[in-house]
Design a binder for this molecule. Sequence first.
Ligand code: HEC
Length: 115
Amino acid sequence: MHRALYFWAALATAGCHRAPPPPSENPYREPARAILERRCGDCHRADAPRRQARALAVFTLNDVDFAARMSDTQLGDALGRFTGEIAPRDDISDEEARTMAAFVGAERARRGTPR
Ligand code: HEC
């Protein structure tokens, strides 16, 4: 109990002079990873037989924070493959599209990029 109070007190003090830090983790990361593994893993997984070096250079699904190196444009392009903007929607479900939109939104918020 006391420990918890100290924790919150320390947090409050730390936040005194600057804006609160952006959340360090994207809450949609694992759901997004599951979708991307299914849809994009053939080329964007380091251990896939058909992996492609240039695809891995953009994002590697084996990395914990796999979107860390992606530019804002690349994030938008990744989403576009789920919304129909870049690739046809085909068999992509609304659920998948929604999860990816939430993931990209949270990733942008985390970086402070306006949506
Ligand atoms: C058949 C292999 C393959 C699959 C499947 C694949 N990619 Fe890629 N992807 C690549 C390659 C290769 C590149 C690098 C292209 C380059 O360097 O010009 C790339 C680049 C990208 C880029 C950066 C270029 C851009 O459009 O901004 C994004 C984002 C991307 N892929 C997202 C995805 C997503 C999301 C999926 C799944 C829906 C996916 N890719 C599925 C091979 C693939």
